[in-house]
Design a binder for this molecule. Structure first.
Ligand code: MN
Ligand code: FE2
Length: 443
């Protein structure tokens, strides 16, 4: 474990009048909170369930904080009637609150992982203020944390020499391929369902319908396609270092699956390019749709995370690569993008060729994401000390993803096809949350 609890004396000092007084002072003096909380103006309650003795004796259910634009106007024990005037109520038991405070966890992530309950308020709103929420909790006084250096993350972070170039033995001729293993099962599925041919998709109806669309409708489809085209190309280009690492570790079953992974990404790249060539009459300036936040992730962070593996194949480096690629690019953004196509096309009975391709693509992606989760779980169970650094990385990446969604909606006063930004943000966060729940993470 990466932190040890000292015994009860410290624990008992939490949430007392004295503790609250100290928190008031440290929050007042925190320039970090003033800065990160400057857009936050919602009164909130940190609620306890069950109510511990220390709060019971104050007739309190938790703590009430009236936060306005980086300043704290009121901070006191919360009474039940404060619930009505609070925009946000976060609920957990005493042990969880202590853990959150001591380990300086991101409350938004903790909600996603089901450790902290959002009793009142919107997760979407909170996630846009996640840095404020985290900075706020960071100002709470800590009495008993004994942070053991988050395991030897430095040691594991160092470049690890990849396996020797010589083969000591072969799996097939020693213990045999493990057909029961998850990667082999995925490989079987890939051979069954991943064999569709983008060249067979009939775009004739799409071509006709494209002419009938309004300029704004064409614009948003072109916009989304511009993000997917470069996205598919990026994941095709950037997966190779991961395959190299897996191969050099002698994980033949995983590598066999990864052969289908790369070929499928190549087909996705082909699919979108065929759509452009066969349906759109002229070639628009696709790159004009790549906003600054999109560029940060797809032009920089993704290739950097993947190509780092050629120098540093450590478990942490692999976790960061898969977190970026499988959890965020595929598992959060692409999944949300498919839903946008679905809403625009399926619900309006438009562009059947594009619809068909998206359905097939989505099936392929579900295998890719499943492999990513398998890989992350394998790495984390072998290196439990890397959970903390990995979570920190995910926090940042989720931020990148939500920024991209905000950015996509920016150019539209009225979004064609009735697409709703809040709905998509919520959908993206839910996708991320689903993935997180499949990882065996602590808070
Ligand atoms: Mn793809
Ligand atoms: Fe993929």
């Amino acid at each position: 474990m990466w932190f040890k609890k000292k015994e009860s004396q410290d624990i008992q000092s939490y949430f007392t009048r004295k503790w609250l007084g100290e928190w008031k002072v440290s929050l007042k003096n925190s320039t970090d909170y003033k800065n990160k909380g400057k857009n936050w103006n919602a009164p909130l309650i940190l609620k306890f369930d069950p109510i511990p003795d220390v709060l019971n004796s104050e007739n309190a259910i938790g703590f009430f904080l009236n936060l306005q634009y980086g300043e704290c106007y009121d901070m006191r024990f919360a009474k039940p009637e404060d619930e009505d005037i609070s925009d946000v109520i976060l609920k957990a038991d005493k042990t969880t609150w202590i853990k959150l405070i001591e380990e300086k966890k991101d409350p938004t992530m903790s909600i996603m992982k089901g450790k902290l309950k959002l009793e009142k308020g919107s997760l979407v709103t909170l996630s846009t203020h996640r840095k404020a929420a985290k900075a706020l909790l960071e100002t709470a006084p800590v009495y008993s944390a004994q942070h053991v250096n988050q395991v030897d993350s430095k040691k594991t972070d160092k470049a690890q020499k990849r396996g020797t170039l010589k083969h000591k033995k072969f799996i097939t001729t020693s213990k045999g391929l493990n057909f029961e293993s998850f990667p082999m099962q995925l490989f079987q599925k890939a051979k069954k369902y991943g064999i569709w041919n983008p060249s067979d998709i009939d775009f004739s109806k799409d071509r006709e319908q494209w002419q009938q669309l309004s300029d704004e409708e064409k614009k948003i489809i072109t916009h989304l396609s511009a993000l997917f085209m470069a996205g598919e190309e990026a994941v095709t280009l950037d997966i190779l270092p991961l395959i190299q690492v897996i191969a050099s570790e002698g994980r033949i079953e995983e590598e066999m699956f990864l052969t289908s992974f790369l070929w499928e990404e190549a087909k996705h790249t082909e699919f979108f390019s065929r759509f452009v060539n066969e349906v759109m009459v002229s070639r628009p300036d696709f790159e004009a749709f790549h906003g600054p936040f999109y560029k940060v992730l797809f032009y920089e962070k993704l290739p950097i995370a993947m190509n780092r593996l050629t120098e540093d194949a450590s478990p942490l480096s692999q976790l960061k690569a898969s977190g970026t690629y499988n959890m965020i690019v595929e598992g959060t953004l692409a999944e949300t993008g498919y839903e946008a196509y679905h809403k625009m096309l399926k619900e309006n009975d438009l562009l059947p060729g594009m619809q068909k391709g998206i359905t097939l693509l989505k099936q392929d992606e579900s295998r890719h994401i499943a492999y990513g989760l398998y890989l992350i779980n394998r790495l984390l169970s072998d290196n439990p000390g890397l959970r903390g650094p990995f979570e920190d990385e995910l926090e940042e990446l989720l931020n990148d993803a939500t920024n991209i969604i905000h950015e996509i909606f920016e150019p539209y006063d009225v979004v064609p096809f009735g697409l709703d930004k809040e709905w998509f943000l919520e959908y993206a966060i839910k996708q991320f949350q689903n993935r997180i729940n499949k990882l065996h993470l602590n808070i």
